[in-house]
Ligand binder design. Sequence first.
Ligand SMILES: NC(=O)c1ccc[n+]([C@@H]2O[C@H](COP(=O)([O-])OP(=O)(O)OC[C@H]3O[C@@H](n4cnc5c(N)ncnc54)[C@H](OP(=O)(O)O)[C@@H]3O)[C@@H](O)[C@H]2O)c1
Length: 239
Amino acid sequence: MEEKFKEKNILIVGASSGIGHNLAKHLLSEGANLITASRKKPEDIDAPHIELDVLDFDAKELQNQLPDALHGLAYCPGSINLKPFTRLDENDFLNDFKINALGAAKIAQACMIPLKKAKGAGIIFFSTVAVQTGMGFHASIASAKGAVEGLTRSLAAELVNSKIRVNAIAPSLTDTPLAANLLSSDEKREASAKRHPLGTVGQPQDMAKAASYLLSEDSSWITGQVLKIDGGLSSLRNL
Ligand SMILES: NC(=O)c1ccc[n+]([C@@H]2O[C@H](COP(=O)([O-])OP(=O)(O)OC[C@H]3O[C@@H](n4cnc5c(N)ncnc54)[C@H](OP(=O)(O)O)[C@@H]3O)[C@@H](O)[C@H]2O)c1
C-alpha cells in the first residue's frame, strides 16, 4: 500500500479524543512521523507526545520539542457551548474565542519556523456548520469559529509564498465525546440524524479522512478553503 505520509512530520494538537484521535490513527496507517500534543497522552497512539494546554503554554518550549521540518499541523481543540443569546455572558464569548481561535493562532505561530522549513506543508483548522448557516443558540461558538474561518483565509494568503496551505473543515454534529450531551439518548440521536439530509450524524472518520486529504499532497492546489462536511445540512433541503 502507498504510504502517503511517509517521512512527513505531522503535529496533531488534540489527538487524545474524537476527530483528532481518528486522524492520528489514519495518518499513522499512512506512514506519518506523528507527534501529538494535548493535556492527556492519547491512548493506543504510538507517537511522541507533548503535554500541553493550548490555553497556557510556552511557545519556546513547544518549539524545542518539534522536529526541524513540519509538513503538517492539525489543530483540533474546540467547544460546543449552546445557550440562548440572553444567557451568554462575556466569559462564554471569551472562553470560546480562546480555545477555538486564539489557541489555533498561537499554535500555528509557534510552529511557523518548522512549517516553513518543510518547503511544502499543510495546516488544518476546525470550524462548524453554524458559521455559514445561522443556527439558534450558536452565537458564541459561531462567533469564535467565524474567527477561525477568517484566520484560515488570512493565513492561506500570507503563507502562500512559504508553500504552506491552510484550510479548514466545517463539521456538523459529529459523534465524539465533545458532542456527548447532544447525543446522550436514542431520541436525541434520532432527532439529530433526521435533521441531516443524509440521515445520520457525522462520524469522526468522516472528518479525519477529509483532514488527511487536505494535509496530503493530493490536495496540493487547494488552499484558503472551508470544506463543509455536514451530511448536506448546509446546502440541501429535504422536500
Ligand atoms: N463533534 C462535533 O459535533 C463538532 C461539530 C462542529 C465542530 N467540531 C470541531 O471539531 C474539532 C474536534 O472536535 P472533537 O469533537 O473531536 O472534540 P473532542 O472529542 O473534545 O477532542 C478535542 C481534543 O482537543 C484536545 N483539547 C481540548 N482542550 C485542550 C486544551 N486546553 N489544550 C490542549 N488540548 C486540548 C483534547 O485533548 P485533552 O483533553 O487531552 O487536552 C482532545 O484531544 C473541534 O474544533 C470542534 O469544535 C466538532
